[in-house]
Ligand binder design. Structure first.
Ligand code: FES
Length: 80
């Protein structure tokens, strides 16, 4: 069976939390609970990814979003 949901890894390590990872996670959850993206994304909270200098970090599929915001992640979700 084909897997349709995109996997999105959100770092919730201490440095990313300080850089707003919790807020980013909430924003992404809210937006992806609405219609065009509803049910298409699976969020996974991770521990530190060892890329703290570029916090907050999010991985969308095989693309690494550094110093990211909800808009950048959404653009990447739509692209992939
Ligand atoms: S805390 Fe997110 S990469 Fe280290």
């Amino acid at each position: 069976m084909k897997h349709f949901r995109k996997l999105i890894f959100v770092c919730t390590g201490s440095d990313c939390k300080k850089a707003g990872a919790k807020k980013l996670y909430k924003e992404l959850k809210e937006v992806t609970d609405e219609v065009p993206l509803k049910g298409s994304c699976k969020f996974i909270k991770t521990k530190c990814m060892d890329m703290c200098k570029t916090a907050p970090n999010v991985i969308v599929g095989d693309y690494f979003c550094k110093n990211t915001s909800a808009e950048k992640v959404l653009t990447q979700i739509k692209k992939s």
